[in-house]
Write a protein that binds this ligand. Structure first.
Ligand code: FE2
Length: 430
């Protein structure tokens, strides 16, 4: 980083010291306090340099949809509009807004969706289903409702060989809820909420992901500085109304590697003893944002994360099942326990999610037919996910992600676990 010169600190006007500092923080391109923590040198606005490394398959998908690439790609949010202070970031969507749970309105048998597919196959017993022979761009509203319910029951649903434009993907996201528009992450130009998922771009701009630091998933991610999305997490848990359904479409897929893994929070909860479930039911925890901001009252005190308090066991609004809502990257402490107790319990719960292979599914995105991509649509409440960066960026990997925000998290003491609701055996003597 270039040093901040004395000339940058404009003393010629009559603004206060705090105002001068704020102006400097918002405009100085080398001050990276509120930028994404893993990309130091991100451009502001549409990036001509990014366009040069955009994979050909991604470029043709974007151009076919009329995305304006003339100024560059991706579009990085305007430097001066990115929140610098915690209170600004906290204020984003910090209010109740209406949410329609589409899955709750669906035919439980999903006849419209399943009858239109050539094949519906469960990839594991507890999580993950692939639908074959359907194009997401052609779904009727009834099928979208049924797909929402399937996603919410099965955790994640996959579609290969999709012809899906960014606009259609965004439209689908709007159907399932308010689409999240991130104040910091790269977006497709002209399509706010169409977030670019492109580790190669981050690497070209200072992200130091390596073979060694890409996978520290069973360690504390923040403490040991694991990089990228390679640690287990659930997206956007710091929102007033956090994520519901998230849809990632990859239009550039490595020949081998770059898989994604999901783990089921319904099943993670059912792994616990009945006594331990009773202990956790009704408890709350503190969840933090992935990005950090400055405390206006203490700007030199270091960057801080947005914090929200939610139930650690949630009830799903569509399935009615209880699920464990924790993740190693963003769940910080359980309210009411001492820090030592909280760490002990949380670490155990993270491990239940992360280390039980029988409640996980690993998706190999390719190969896709030339000109087609693959989609994963998941319930970003009742699951965790992580990528596997084994291709080390040697093959391009690029995609677009749309997240529909959902309800204010709640716990209904009368709700059942998935196994209880489905009548599967539960060892009472645990
Ligand atoms: Fe993620």
């Amino acid at each position: 980083m270039a040093p901040v010169a004395i000339n940058d600190f404009d003393s010629s006007d009559d603004t206060t010291l705090d105002e001068k500092l704020e102006k400097l923080l918002r405009t100085h391109l080398d001050l990276n306090i509120s930028r994404s923590s893993f990309s130091k040198n991100l451009h502001t606005g549409a990036d001509p340099a990014g366009l040069k490394i955009l994979p050909a398959s991604s470029r043709s998908r974007l151009e076919a949809d009329g995305v304006d690439l003339s100024k560059g790609y991706p579009k990085i949010p305007d430097r001066t509009k990115i929140p610098v202070y915690l209170d600004e970031a906290f204020a984003i969507r910090n209010e109740d807004y209406p949410y329609i749970e589409r899955g709750a309105n669906a035919d439980p048998e999903k006849k419209a969706l399943f009858s239109a597919a050539t094949e519906v196959k469960d990839l594991t017993k507890h999580i993950g289903t692939e639908i074959v022979g359907l194009q997401l761009q052609d779904l009727t509203d009834k099928q979208k409702d049924e797909l929402a319910l399937l996603v919410e029951e099965r955790g994640v649903v996959f579609f290969r060989d999709q012809k899906l434009s960014p606009k259609k993907q965004l439209e689908l996201g709007h159907y399932w809820g308010q689409v999240e528009v991130h104040p910091q992450t790269p977006q497709v130009p002209g399509l706010p909420g169409e977030t670019v998922i492109w580790v190669d771009y981050g690497r070209a701009n200072g992200s130091e992901i390596t073979f060694k630091n890409a996978d520290l998933s069973n360690w504390d991610a923040t403490k040991f500085k694991a990089k990228g999305n390679n640690t287990w997490h659930t997206d956007l848990v710091h929102e007033h109304q956090p994520s519901g359904i998230t849809h990632l479409h990859l239009d550039a897929i490595p020949d081998v590697g770059g898989d994604t893994i999901w783990s089921s929070g319904y099943a993670a909860y059912d792994k616990l003893s009945e006594e331990f479930k009773r202990f956790l039911d009704g408890k709350k925890a503190v969840y933090v944002s992935a990005h950090a901001y400055l405390d206006r009252a203490d700007p030199f005190g270091g960057a801080k994360r947005i914090e929200r308090t939610f139930p650690i066991v949630r009830t799903h609004p569509a399935t009615g099942w209880k699920f464990l809502f924790v993740n190693r990257s963003m769940t910080k402490r359980i309210i009411g326990l001492t820090p030592v107790e909280s760490d002990l319990v949380l670490n155990y719960l993270f491990n239940v999610y992360e280390k039980n292979a029988d409640i996980q599914v690993r998706f190999k995105w390719g190969p896709a037919k030339p000109g087609y991509g693959a989609s994963a649509i998941w319930d970003n409440r009742s699951t965790q996910h992580r990528t596997v960066w084994d291709h080390e960026g040697l093959d391009p990997r690029h995609g677009t992600r749309v997240t529909s925000l959902a309800e204010i998290p709640y716990f209904d003491p009368k709700s059942k676990s998935q196994r209880e609701a489905l009548g599967l055996p539960i060892a009472k003597e645990d």
